[in-house]
Ligand binder design. Structure first.
Ligand code: H2B
Length: 102
């Protein structure tokens, strides 16, 4: 099982991630809201991110409203944020950049 990151390691990981990810108040999780041009692009992002998530057997909590995708990442098995979340967050940033979202 992946090892849970303590508060400081979680903050350091957030600083390393390019942009947008924040700690989540009241939960050991990281979050980012992505805003795309339209629903087509938001769902395209979700489709590519879903494939990446399934490949690594690590899955997001997320919510889509029209062109906005709210993502929360945590490792349920570990009860907190692990390297698996950091890797998925980086992958999502890279996919979002393919749609012009920095
Ligand atoms: N995703 C996330 N975010 N946390 C987990 O602990 C987790 C997961 N566990 N995807 C995986 C699947 C586990 O349930 C399976 C059995 O590997």
């Amino acid at each position: 099982m992946a090892e849970r990151l303590a508060a400081e390691a979680r903050k350091a990981a957030l600083r390393e991630l390019l942009s947008g990810w924040t700690d989540t108040p009241g939960r050991e999780a990281i979050a980012r809201t992505f805003v795309f041009r339209d629903f087509n692009e938001a769902f395209g992002f979700m489709t590519r991110a879903a494939l990446a998530a399934e490949k690594s057997d690590h899955h997001p909590e997320w919510r889509n409203v029209y062109k906005t995708v709210e993502v929360v990442l945590t490792t349920h098995d570990a009860g907190g944020v692990t390297a698996l979340d950091v890797e998925l967050a980086k992958a999502m940033n890279a996919i979002a950049r393919q749609f012009g979202v920095a």
